[in-house]
Design a protein around this ligand. Structure first.
Ligand code: WTA
Length: 654
């Protein structure tokens, strides 16, 4: 196991207990939490069974809690039957039919309030439309949508009829989309004529057309939602407008009763090797942890206005936009655009106007908004906020303190939530009415989550602050079921060591004197750019597919807003540009990567050298490249380098 990525991070001793005002209104207190821990400790499966009985409406109750017969493909609540959309919508109708489910705000300022009754209606009609297009239980549906209510409607409609959705982030390119369509064998693509982002229209339908140009034979139908009145071409016999597909469809749609372990969705994410992998989540277990974490970590209550700023293209937008808030009958905000349109006050403006009480975003957004100063947030009334959250990457103490003091006025606890696409829901996170937070720590594993730090031999690291591998030792309900179509890769990626008994998260971490967890970084070649996972190999493959590029190596370097920036070393097929500088080519390569993967993967820096530094066995010396990218002193042995001048080239000094 290569542990070279492990870097020691912050040491932070400040502690922030929840404010009195928060504790008074919190639904979970220390004694309740202790009880949950005790129950989980005494009987892991019994604990989750009890939660599942209390929090999910089952069409057919389960009699078995966990089927481990085909481990590590665990099946939770295997003989139970349920429908996720029923649990999110139908069961709210009795008490909450007129309650606002979604407050939608477009980037241009259009606002719509959608009640649970209306949302239920929309989902049922669209679910029937999907059925009329020939979508059956188990079929795969690609969703490539702007961040609008209909994205959630599409996901819920799939869940209702048992189709497996796979959302592709609207910022991904045609080629990324094509990969996902082909891997899933999707029958239908749901998209829009465009979406508003950053003052421009994202041409989602055009990109879809490009993706489908050659290959993608499985796709029979493209359903297009009209959002922007864009001039697009509709292909006869393949493309149908959303509103036409809905014509004449009934508002009654009996949910498809699913086995708890049937797949609910696939979501592609980057690993250290190969193409992005389709993480498969099931119905019952996933739903359960979406609900438990909404309650334990977000303290969700009837009067809350919840806002998770993530796009539905990421796991955070699945669990904490499309499913968790609805399954707990909450009111949530959905915002279409970027935080800086028309100015950097947009998030705070939305919080103030819609009375947001719980706000959840990524450290990269906090750092970007912190940069513009305190005056902007200070000019909004943020007094409705009671809880703040972060996700996706480590938050530096400076950003934490700013969030806490300037946005939360020292009144709102911050929940720093560690989890992954694979874990489905929060795993290590504070319980805000109880935990004394420390800036930069995700604090403690939640009840029923057996997270630990182990060494190479799988033994628990017991010395405080000593780093190791973050593992999860017992199965939990919302865990990844498999990698779509590749059980072998699933086992090799997540269960490679420790006798296949522990789930390997791919992060390193340490545990301090108070048993608080501190995430230190990835142990693999995965970058975390603005909270988004990118495989270095994916970017390298994109670069070498350019006709001028012979070889490429990609590493991360620290970036004060994005967390990590993409740093690429490139060897050209022809000669190296004079002095290593060729602005035009650099721009071309950046755009090339943007087209191959998506703009988020564009390298921030590109260095040209005659060669890449390799070990005698031909392995790229990534550690050296990382050190150079960071501008560090070179302490490694570079004697294997063919000529020393390469070192100067890599450093940009020659
Ligand atoms: C990182 C996002 C530090 C981590 C939900 C993990 C974090 C990867 C945190 C998963 C956090 C996520 N503190 N690092 N609170 N949350 N990460 O799949 O490296 O997009 O393995 O899921 O993000 O990213 P993913």
């Amino acid at each position: 196991m290569a542990q070279e990525n492990i870097e020691s991070t912050l040491h932070e001793d400040r502690q922030f207990p929840p404010s009195e005002s928060f504790v008074q209104q919190a639904s979970l207190h220390a004694a309740d939490l202790d009880k949950l821990y005790q129950q989980a400790e005494q009987d892991h499966e019994g604990f989750w069974a009890e939660q599942a009985r209390q929090l999910i409406d089952w069409q057919q109750p389960f009699t078995q809690t966990l089927d481990s017969s085909n481990a590590p493909h665990y099946r939770w609540f295997p003989d139970g039957k349920l429908n996720v959309s029923y649990n999110c919508l139908d069961r709210q109708l009795e008490k909450n039919a007129d309650k606002t489910a979604i407050i939608f705000e477009g980037e241009k300022g259009d606002v719509e309030h959608i009640s649970y009754r209306e949302l239920h209606h929309k989902v049922c009609v669209f679910a029937n439309a999907l059925k009329a297009q020939g979508v059956n239980k188990g079929d795969r549906v690609i969703i490539y949508m702007p961040m609008i209510t209909e994205a959630v409607v599409a996901m819920q409609a799939c869940a209702r009829i048992g189709a497996i959705h796979s959302v592709v982030f609207g910022g991904f390119s045609a080629s990324s989309m094509k990969d996902r369509i082909e891997d899933t064998g999707a029958k239908v693509v749901i998209t829009a004529d465009g979406g508003n982002r950053g003052g421009k229209v994202v041409p989602l339908k055009d990109t879809t057309d490009q993706a489908l140009e050659n290959g993608c034979d499985s796709v029979e139908t493209v359903i297009v939602f009209k959002r922007c009145d864009e001039n697009i071409t509709m292909q006869d016999g393949r493309d149908v407008w959303w509103h036409d597909a809905e014509q004449g469809q009934s508002e009654d749609c009996e949910p498809e009763w699913m086995d708890a372990a049937d797949p609910l969705f696939l979501l592609y994410t980057s690993g250290s090797t190969g193409k992005p992998k389709g993480i498969q989540h099931g119905c019952g277990g996933y739903l359960l942890n979406a609900i438990t974490t909404m309650r334990w970590v977000f303290d969700i209550q009837d009067s809350d206005v919840f806002w998770c700023t993530a796009d539905v293209g990421w796991i955070t937008g699945h669990t904490y936009v499309a499913y968790g808030p609805l399954a707990t009958g909450a009111t949530q905000v959905i915002y279409e655009g970027v935080p800086t349109v028309p100015d950097a006050g947009r998030f705070w403006d939305i919080c103030a106007r819609h009375g947001v009480t719980i706000f959840y975003t990524a450290p990269t957004a906090i750092r970007a908004l912190m940069k513009v100063g305190d005056d902007i947030p200070n000019s909004y009334d943020l007094s409705s906020l009671r809880l703040l959250g972060t996700v996706g990457e480590p938050i530096n103490p400076e950003a934490w303190m700013w969030y806490y003091n300037v946005i939360g006025s020292g009144r709102c606890p911050i929940v720093d939530t560690w989890w992954q696409t694979e874990t489905g829901a929060h795993m290590i996170a504070p319980v805000p009415g109880v935990t004394h937070a420390k800036p930069g720590s995700c604090t403690r594993p939640l009840p029923g989550i057996d997270a630990a730090i182990v060494n190479d031999d799988g033994e628990e690291v017991t010395t405080a602050n000593q780093g190791g591998y973050l593992v999860i030792r017992k199965p939990w309900p919302s865990m990844i079921q498999t990698i779509w179509g590749d059980d072998k890769r699933y086992k090799e990626t997540y269960w490679p060591y420790f006798g296949g008994k522990y789930y390997l998260a791919g992060d390193s971490a340490r545990r301090d004197e108070d048993d608080f967890f501190w995430i230190m970084g990835r142990i693999d070649d995965v970058l975390n750019v603005s909270g988004h996972r990118l495989g270095t190999m994916e970017i390298e493959s994109a670069l070498v597919s350019h006709p001028n590029v012979a070889e490429a190596a990609v590493v991360g370097r620290p970036h004060d807003v994005k967390g990590e920036a993409v740093f690429a070393y490139v060897v050209l097929k022809g000669t190296r540009p004079d002095g290593g500088i060729d602005e035009d080519l650099t721009q071309e390569l950046r755009n090339w990567v943007g087209t191959e993967i998506g703009p988020i993967a564009k390298p921030d820096d590109i260095r040209y050298s005659d060669n890449l530094p390799k070990t005698r066995s031909g392995k790229i010396m990534r550690r050296l490249l990382r050190a150079i990218a960071k501008g560090e002193e070179i302490t490694q042995d570079t004697s294997t380098l063919e000529n020393e001048s390469i070192l100067l080239q890599l450093q940009g000094k020659a």
